[in-house]
Ligand binder design. Sequence first.
Ligand SMILES: [Zn+2]
Length: 459
Amino acid sequence: MSPVDLTVRSARLRWRGEWVSAGIAVEAGRVVRICTDAHLPVADRTIDARGALLLPGAVDTHTHFTYGRPDRTDIGTGSRACASGGVTTFVEQAASTPEHCPPTLTLPSLEAKVALGRASSVVDFGVHGGGCAGNLAEIPALVRAGVAGVKVYLGWNPVGEYTACDDATILAVAERLAGTGAPLEVHAENPSIVAEATRRLKEAGRTTPDVYTDSRPTVAEDDAVGRVARLGRAAGAAVHIVHLSSGFTLPTVRAARAAGADLSVETCPHYLFFDTSAYRDRGPYAKVNPPLRSRAEVDAMWAGVRDGTVDFLASDHAAPSAEKAPGAADIFSIPPGFPGSETMYPVLLREAFAGRLDWDRLLYLLAEGPARRFGYYPRKGVLQLGADADFVLVDPKATTTIRNDRLHHHSEFTMFEGWELTGVPVRTVSRGVTVAEGVFPGEVPDLAGRGQFVPARAA
Ligand SMILES: [Zn+2]
């Protein structure tokens, strides 16, 4: 029998709720064997894991690598950040600034974004579509071509022809998604509630970072979630709420599901690790939409993450430009957003090592959950026979301190600056190829152009 391409031995794998000592064999980029070391086949290359945890690579279904100035962010730097942080598949959002490529509203614009990814990504990727009044006729073709879902904006135009939707347009988008399995995705904040709260604060001369949460109250999120869930249910479409921020909204999520809505929810690490005290500590850098919430809201979000009301995590990675610097302007004129793809897996590992988050729940939240919802499972999101050999080795004893200037994401800050972690990635492997090596943040070899586009819901 000829040797397989790769084996990993002396690893610890999660198997039916337990840790087991085992290894895997990889052939042509796929997992072909999961067994004890003694039963591993002969291989061209062998990685000795030395007792490290062998975990599925994360699937980050919310990235904005093509939204912003190309000298600050692009798929090349974003995908290197993914590799370093154990993200082996990212799904790029529909909005993009024209200097990168057009927003994903038509088949040619999807092809342009896929071409950019193929040319510059080091890991595999998917793409989200966008929906608005101007592209309703394009949506079926986008779905057939494998966009993960179709995202709508309620309040503002993310870019040019990608316009915000009124309720009738959301319903029309949902009707075109019914029965396809591709979710209607929504940034859920009621725009008129946000506009009025913002107007009142500005009128009172209150424009410092600490008032920002008051400008986007939880009722704005709660109302939007309930409304879009109803529209999706009426049309027979799946609905996905991106970056949910408030525990206040969770009862509405449960009620919509009880009424029959096919509703999923993601949240982001920053809504679990930071509260409004971050405005004091980080000033304008703490601006993100939706905003950071009170400690009670954060605690409620953790409960929702543990009990399954929140389906999975995503980073909402963005790299806003220099205008975020303190004192540059009032909080309302500063760009929102945090980088997050590179740090997501490491900071969640901390919770699992500390016993605050069940290991199987962690792996579902970061890998299997997003892969299932957006149609990448079982090729992505799990380590099982036939799946892509996308995995991360985590050394439980390896320590690191997060320093922005050591990360690969080319952002000018990270919210996790100075965090000390024990138990971090030491190697990331994508379809059998090592794409990052060394204690997080490891070295990322120049493998631009090896990443493949993964169409959603492909057989
Ligand atoms: Zn986003």
